[in-house]
Structure formats: structure tokens, C-alpha cells
Design a binder for this molecule. Structure first.
Ligand code: SF4
Length: 471
């Protein structure tokens, strides 16, 4: 029996691809093991979002290769490179990783991984030949509810990829070239998968895609433009899906990740407010606030639109936690743009915020733009925004003290609230033996930067009294 080990890098979307590969390996009778050193085949599912993710991916490939060399298993152990980096660079990598890699597979081959492995064993590679490449250009694949998949997340939370690809023209981003045009699953397919997950005990369903607010709109009869708002009267939309997911029986959260601001609408805000299972949390990558930068980045939004949207979301869904990301150091960014961004962060007080230093990605329009910012300046700008947010995060955490919260227990002593997405945001520390994978009620007793401290509801904190010393 062939033993396979899979190293999954990058984001949750890549993790779902890894889960699909593992599902198909199991279906083909192969064993998936955690220890790469013991495996017959190692698959590295790579990320190539920015430079550092490429470096990390190459690092893992070289490490696997080095380890198999040390174990003198070169002849037997196969190394397959999958994922975004393989899809994007397989031609270039084929010559530079000739010795290390046996095959490259692309995003549309995740369901074909087992026959590809069998093929590698059937025909021994001749010396000095390039690794086999199974990568096909322009990815079009999208999974369905019955696609074999083995979940790699803890039992109580799962990701559902509701769409794949992206039609936006953001000048800093390579994703549309890697993952292809936007294509949505049907509402029925997503609901069937969610229903099954809830049956299996999942308490949190994270809806992911490159552009979650565009869900369904690619199927509309009248083609939507890149700024069309979510509108279920024109066809299937995210709101249609949320209402059907909310109707599934059971106690669980639905979390929305990666919502492009351009498609938000009052209908979407109202739907979230009216669907109690949709977490009071929203991930809405804004990337910048100055009109100058939004124009250069081709974000199809404006400063006024964004400010108004955040105000409408907060007014329409009281208590919602807003997460966003910004990019600093994009070509042409001036000190005035930075001041505007910092003022916006200070005024808006995002509950959750991440900042990226701009990465000059080959193949994007941004990479060729004039006015590239030196690395040192990018670094300084990143520190400036992060220092600002650290203070805001403390204020946000402080505002939770003495509040009661429903949390989902992740592991003994560690839980997460509605305002914290898995693997991205903070934690709620509860120093008690709580049932892992269940919701519990706690009272927040303190905080530390991004994390909260809590006790089970009804339990009083122990008061330490210092005995007075005798005079
Ligand atoms: S919306 Fe923009 S940043 Fe997001 S995946 Fe599409 S092109 Fe990239």
C-alpha cells in the first residue's frame, strides 16, 4: 500500500484543496501519514501569494528532498509539488528543481492525484529528464458536495469553498491568473455539504472563496459589472445562500470570509442581521482608503463608498466585529496617503486588522508601475500601522471586560468567540476543563493585547487578599 504524506501551506482555500487530495488518496486505497520521512510519496501543496510564501514553499520542497537524500531513499520516495506555486511557475521550476521534484500538478488535478501517483510508479523516470508536469492552464475546477474530501481541521469547524477564481482586476494581485475566472457552486451543493457537516458535529462553518460577495452572480442572465451589489432579485446571490444555511437545524455559526467591498448591499446587511446563525463578524479586505491608492490598485471602490459602507454595516448589524486588511508600500503611495490611512484606522477602530507590506509580484500590473517603494520605507510604514492597531486592539479587548460571551472551545483552556476566525484572530483563555468542540457561556475577566481572559459564566474570580503586616 502506498503511503503518502501531504504538507499543506498557505490559506484556507489551499487547505480545502489538500483535503480534496487526501479524500481521493483514501478513496484509491492509499494511506496518508503525517511523517514525511516514512512516506513513499510526499506532496507539498504550495502557496505563491507573495514572495515570502514562495520562499516558504521552496524551503519545504528542499527540506523534503534533503531528508530523503539523508535517508538514502532517493530512488523510492517521490516528491510532488501541487498548489498555487506549481500552477503559476511549473515551467520555470521544472528546470530549477529538476533533481528534487518528480511531478508538478496544478489546481485542476486535485481529484486526479491518485492515478498520477500510480503513473509515477508505473514508469520509472529516465535519468536527466525533467519532472513530469500535469499542470493545465487556466484553472476551471470547482468542488461539489459529494467530492471526496477528508477534513484536516478539528472536528468542530470546517471550511466550505463556495466559489473559486476571481474577476477583479486588482493591480497587486496574481490570484486571478492562478485560480482563473470566478465560478460559483450551486446553493443546493453548498447547503447539502453544510447539512452533512452539521450532522457530523461541526459547530462553525467558514464560507470561503476569493470573492465571497460575488457568489452566484456569475450565473446571472444579465452579466453583473465589477461593482454590482448583491441582489437576489436578479438571480442567485450570497443572501439566497445565507438564508438557506441559516435554516439548517442545529446550533452552529456561519462565518463569512473574503468579502469584496464592491458588492456589499443593504440586502446583504439586512440578511446578516436577520440570520442569527451568521456570526457577528465580517472579513472585508479594503487594502487602502485614499482615493489615490484605491485608483492605482484598481479596487473599484472609493474612500467615500468604503466609509459609508462600514457605517452602514455597523448600524445594520449592531455588535458586528469588522476585520480588514490593508497593503502598505504599494507603488506611488505617498506620506499623505499613509497619513490618511492611519487617520482612517484611528477613527474606524477596526475590531480586527492585518497589514501586508506590498510584494512586487511578477506578472501583475503593479510590479511594472513607477514609484516602487523601497523595502525600508515599506517596513517603516508597516510598523507605523501595526503600532497604531496594537493600541486599538487593546481598547477593543478592554471593551469586552465584564461582558458575557458564547465561545467555542478549541482545546482545553482555549476558546474562540464570534469575533475571532480560526487561525487568524485572537483567543479567549478560560483556565478550566471545558468540553472541546462545544459552545459555552463565559464572562470576560481581563485581556492581553488581542486575547481575552474569561471564566465560565457564574463563576466568580478568586480574590487574593494580602494580609496586613503587623506594625
Ligand atoms: S479581489 Fe482583488 S485581491 Fe482579491 S483575489 Fe481578486 S484580484 Fe486578488
Amino acid at each position: 500500500m502506498i503511503k503518502v504524506s501531504l504538507i499543506s501551506l498557505g490559506c484556507a482555500k489551499n487547505l480545502v484543496d489538500s483535503e480534496i487530495m487526501v479524500g481521493h488518496l483514501h478513496q484509491a486505497g492509499m494511506t496518508v501519514i503525517p511523517d514525511a520521512a516514512q512516506a513513499d510519496v510526499v506532496i507539498v501543496n504550495t502557496c505563491s501569494f507573495i514572495d515570502s510564501s514562495k520562499e516558504e514553499s521552496i524551503g519545504h520542497i528542499l527540506e523534503v528532498h534533503q531528508n530523503r537524500g539523508m535517508k538514502k531513499r532517493r530512488k523510492e520516495q517521490k516528491l510532488i509539488v501541487a498548489g498555487c506555486m506549481s500552477q503559476r511557475f511549473s515551467k520555470d521550476l521544472s528546470s530549477s528543481l529538476n533533481d528534487e521534484v518528480d511531478a508538478f500538478i496544478g489546481l485542476d488535478q486535485v481529484t486526479k492525484v491518485a492515478p498520477i501517483i500510480e503513473g509515477l510508479y508505473a514508469k520509472e523516470r529516465a535519468a536527466n529528464t525533467a519532472p513530469e508536469s500535469f499542470v493545465t492552464p487556466r484553472s476551471t475546477y470547482i468542488p461539489d458536495y459529494d467530492t471526496p474530501r477528508f477534513r484536516l481541521t478539528p472536528k468542530h469547524f470546517a471550511y466550505i469553498k463556495i466559489a473559486e477564481g476571481c474577476n477583479h482586476p486588482c493591480t497587486f494581485c496574481i490570484i486571478p491568473q492562478i485560480r482563473g475566472r470566478h465560478r460559483s457552486r450551486t446553493v443546493e451543493s453548498v447547503v447539502a455539504e453544510a447539512r452533512q457537516l452539521v450532522k457530523e458535529g461541526v459547530k462553525e462553518i467558514n464560507l470561503i472563496s476569493q470573492d465571497t460577495t460575488f457568489f452566484g452572480m456569475d450565473t446571472w442572465e444579465q452579466r453583473p459589472n465589477p461593482r454590482t451589489p448583491v441582489d437576489s432579485s436578479r438571480g442567485t446571490a450570497l443572501t439566497t445562500l445565507l438564508r438557506q444555511l441559516n435554516a439548517i437545524e442545529g446550533d452552529f455559526w456561519i462565518r463569512l470570509l473574503y468579502t469584496h467591498p464592491a458588492h456589499w448591499s443593504d440586502e446583504l446587511i439586512r440578511t446578516i442581521a436577520e440570520c442569527p446563525k451568521v456570526a457577528r463578524y465580517i472579513d472585508i479586505p479594503l487594502q487602502h482608503i485614499s482615493d489615490h491608492m484605491l485608483g492605482l490598485m484598481q479596487r473599484e471602490t472609493s474612500s467615500q463608498y468604503i466609509r459609508d459602507l462600514i457605517r452602514r454595516i455597523r448600524a445594520g448589524v449592531p455588535g458586528i466585529a469588522v476585520r480588514t486588511t490593508f497593503i502598505v508600500g504599494f507603488p506611488g503611495e505617498t506620506e499623505a496617503d499613509m497619513d490618511e490611512l492611519c487617520d482612517f484606522i484611528r477613527e474606524t477602530k477596526f475590531e480586527r486588522l492585518g497589514v501586508f507590506r506590498y510584494s512586487q509580484e511578477e506578472g501583475t500590473r503593479g510590479a511594472k508601475m513607477d514609484g516602487q517603494i523601497p523595502a525600508k520605507v515599506k517596513e517603516a510604514r508597516w510598523h507605523r500601522t501595526m503600532a497604531l492597531q496594537r493600541k486599538i486592539a487593546s481598547e477593543v479587548s478592554k471593551s469586552y471586560v465584564n461582558q458575557s460571551l458564547t465561545v467555542l472551545v478549541e482545546e482545553p483552556g482555549v476558546a474562540r468567540g464570534e469575533a475571532d476566525a480560526p487561525d487568524i484572530d485572537g483567543r479567549v483563555y478560560v483556565p478550566r476543563e471545558l468540553p472541546v468542540g462545544e459552545f459555552v457561556e463565559v464572562k470576560i475577566t481581563g485581556y492581553q493585547d488581542y486575547d481575552l481572559l474569561a471564566l465560565p459564566k457564574g463563576e466568580r474570580p478568586v480574590e487574593f487578599k494580602v494580609a496586613k503586616q503587623a506594625q
